[in-house]
Design a protein around this ligand. Structure first.
Ligand SMILES: [Zn+2]
Ligand SMILES: [Zn+2]
Length: 519
């Protein structure tokens, strides 16, 4: 439909015929207009929404917008007290009180570290009030525990033979033999035990009171976001305080006990060389409080057209929160403070479920089972909105036959990744039907990060088959450049149409799809 059409269209009669033909096509009840999707994305990913961070006032404006749209397309409210919203609490950011101090005595010489400059907390334990200490640890002996790893299947344990009970533990980041493709520690790929979560819980389980992490010798350029903590204080939650210490400031400790040399020896033979650092003492006093915030899932319902089957439902979900100004969730820590608009992640999915709802309402007879549309909050902070929904579902989880999730569907550019069919292989037939009915020209891929990386996870763990639609990672992922101008709106509408047709197929199938296995 290029220039030749324009030439023919100069004939008024033909032009009229073409106009009629096109409007008939557009009026087909299952069409989803790319422009309608793009308009929602423009609003949700505008700078005025400031990145829709959890706990921000802008997220609440976005919630009101989604509710208004659900209402306009003809859904019924499905939230708490028959309103549109399902409120729940989450932790978002920290309040930093006065009096935070960290000092290490090294053979009689005291090193004082400064919060936000030479150290920052990677972990904050629950505390309501920043004027009360969240940790007050004095005169702790200091133990060096290598890389802080225990990998039983290769017999490596940095804590073997040392006692860290009620002590401070100093470890290096990453793992030994990190770039060695032949390493017994999973070759050049990290072992799962290298995560902060694993290292923190291991230290805690061996009795440590506080874990200090310094960049390992192969990462001399310490680019951890120290200053960010001052701009946007936030931390994960682990059972003990975990502090990142700037390598250059920790140099006197490293030098006093030759820790770089020891690390190289461990790299060489993969033999742990942990030891108590005699004549070292650690004082750590912390005043941090978690910010509790109320956020809201937005829920709209299209009751099934068949009263007998309307008790069963399909959830169609997309998270509408994003990472705000970046904070610890930004992939560009140096650019935190800038608005991370989240057009693809996940204004695209949110816009899609609004337009899927519009198309479904317009063609309700195609949906004998009930559709529950949920825009989730709290996804970026650990899939919290979907976790909450599954504990207080609008329709019983036993009757929830499937979940369709759309997370980052704005950059199809010719293809979409579909995951989750492996947990319910009988849905392959429904999916094939949907591909055909949607007329999608997108290439369907099955090679994404796999099921359970987004809100679909909380359904899969409850044995509800969940399908995730995803158009792929890109260099703007969790960065300020995730803007609406880069959205492929026609591609997004194709993904939405595909999800709509899959919902129709599932709403009509005789028996519910069988859940086979957790991936
Ligand atoms: Zn997302
Ligand atoms: Zn995200």
């Amino acid at each position: 439909m290029g220039s030749s059409l324009r030439r023919i269209a100069r004939s008024p009669v033909l032009a009229l015929l073409i106009t009629v033909a096109c409007s008939v096509l557009l009026a087909a009840p299952t069409s989803i207009a790319p422009n309608a999707i793009l308009e929602h994305i423009k609003f949700l990913a505008s700078d005025a929404m400031k990145g829709r961070g959890d706990g921000s006032p802008e997220l609440e404006v976005a919630a009101e917008y989604v509710a208004k749209q659900f209402n306009a397309v003809g859904l019924q409210p499905g939230g708490t007290n028959n309103e549109w919203f399902q409120p729940f609490q989450l932790d978002a950011g920290l309040t930093v009180g006065k009096g935070n101090t960290l000092s290490v005595v090294v053979r009689g010489r005291t090193l004082n570290f400064t919060l936000g400059t030479s150290y920052y907390p990677l972990s904050a334990t629950s505390n309501e009030d920043a004027s009360k200490p969240s940790a007050d640890l004095r005169d702790l002996p200091l133990v060096f525990a290598g890389y802080g790893l225990a990998v039983p299947n290769v017999g490596y344990d940095d804590y073997a033979g040392i006692d860290v009970t009620d002590k401070a533990v100093l470890i290096f980041s990453h793992e030994p033999q990190e770039r060695d493709g032949n390493s017994r520690l999973n070759g050049a790929r990290p072992v799962p035990q290298t995560t902060l979560t694993s290292k923190a819980s291991l230290a805690r389980s061996r009795g440590a009171k506080v874990l200090l992490i310094v960049g390992d010798p192969t990462h001399q350029n310490d680019d951890a976001p120290y200053a960010l903590f001052g701009r946007d204080p936030d931390a994960e939650e682990h059972p003990i305080p975990v502090l990142r210490i700037r390598r250059s400031e920790a140099q006197p400790i490293i030098d006093a006990w030759q820790l770089d040399t020891i690390a190289r020896q461990i790299d060489g033979d993969l033999m742990p060389r942990s030891r108590e650092l005699k004549d070292a003492k650690v004082d750590y006093v912390e005043f941090l409080a978690k910010n509790r915030r109320m956020v809201r899932n937005v829920i709209g319902v299209l009751p099934g057209s068949d009263p007998a089957r309307a008790r069963e439902s399909i959830v169609i979900g997309a998270h509408y929160d994003h990472v705000g100004l970046g904070g610890r969730l930004s992939v560009s820590p140096e650019r935190t403070g800038e608005i991370h608009n989240g057009a693809d992640d996940n204004a695209s999915g949110t816009a899609s479920i609004i337009e899927i709802a519009r198309a479904a309402v317009a063609d309700r007879a195609r949906f004998p089972r009930t559709l529950v549309f949920v825009a989730f909050a709290g996804e970026e902070r650990g899939l919290l909105g979907s976790a909450f929904y599954t504990t207080q579902p609008r329709m019983p989880m036993e009757g929830t036959i499937a979940m369709l999730n759309l997370d980052m569907v704005g950059r199809a550019n010719g293809s979409v990744d579909v995951s989750g069919l492996e947990v319910a292989p009988s849905m392959e037939a429904d999916f094939a039907t949907a591909v055909k009915a949607s007329g999608a020209t997108l290439k369907i891929k099955r090679e994404g990060p796999g099921a359970g990386r987004s809100d679909d996870y909380n359904f899969i763990v409850r044995r509800v088959p969940a399908i995730n639609f995803f158009t792929g990672f890109h260099p703007d992922y969790h960065r300020p450049g995730d803007d609406w101008e880069k959205i492929d709106a026609p591609g997004t509408s194709q993904v939405a149409r595909l999800a709509l047709e899959l919902a129709a197929a599932l709403a009509n199938r005789s028996a519910r799809p069988e859940f086979v296995s957790t991936p």
